[in-house]
Design a protein around this ligand. Sequence first.
Ligand code: CA
Length: 363
Amino acid sequence: MRIGIIAILSVILASCGGKSTETESVSKADTQQTYNWKLVTTWPKNYPGLGTAPENFAKKVEAMSGGRLKIKVFGAGQLVPAFEVFDAVAQGTAQVGHGAAYYWTGKSKATSLFTAVPFGLNAQEMNGWLHYGGGLELWRELYAPFNLVPFAGGSTGVQMAGWFNREINSMEDIKGLKMRIPGLGGDVISRAGGVSVTIPGGELYTSMQTGVIDATEWVGPYNDLAFGFHQVAKYYYYPGWHEPGPILEFIINKDAYATLPADLQAIVEGATRAVNQDMLDEYTARNNRALVELVETHGVDVRKLPDDVLIELRRLSAEVIEEVSQDSEIAGRITESVMAFRKQAMDYHAISEEAFYDARKVK
Ligand code: CA
């Protein structure tokens, strides 16, 4: 028995020794090498929260790598238009992109599931599913044929239902409504008889002002105040049934990522995780304040969508999700995974998060 233990120990020692020598020789060679990357986004340059996240990412990576990996950030339209970010990174025009997966439904319907599932997961649950529930592995499998490696890139928390120039008192009011609402939420609005369109954030104010659209969802008080939607819309509805905890994305060109030495890859991954959490922290702090300003300074009319409208939207959402699951074999697996996670999360959160929110309000 003693001989057996010694044999095992020596195997372990040998393998450790081999590994560390190898790592040392790789890192010695690679510390000489510097990398200059480009990062393209779907947001206006330095736009609060969404646009500052990729700037923070670039700063963190440069600082942590001691300047070995420098990343220059381009806002929407500076290097490529907002909706060409996916192709630009896939083709290597830029090495990194920051945006939202549901802008790429033209590549695969299933991309939407990695931004938001209507009536699906909140931000906390999305992060749990992606990082500990198998979600990220499925996302990487979905993006692999496009030569891209995705990472979670921040969350805004529960969004608002949006800005409307029409009162929503029943499902009848959604018929003929022209609304900017991407992803599966847009499919639900279309199914309800509305017309859903996808327009980049930077064009929304003018689209509302000129009446090209009757309504738009965007994010929540912090970002909506920055775009000034209160100047061009009458009603601000909640809750964001369509984006209960949307996750943004960093996408990295697979070949570019593969050329990085292991320590720089770890820095890139660590920086995405840090920025992902940081964005949620920022929105959690700033949405509250911005809502007060919208209501008290700008007199915004904040309204809740009627319960019967929400119930019907939820029914239509289930149909849309079922349709996505039929779109491809992988869409079926992703849908199954996210919906199973939702069931589990709902069961536990009924007696944890929800019960606590209720308890906090008890008078
Ligand atoms: Ca949104």
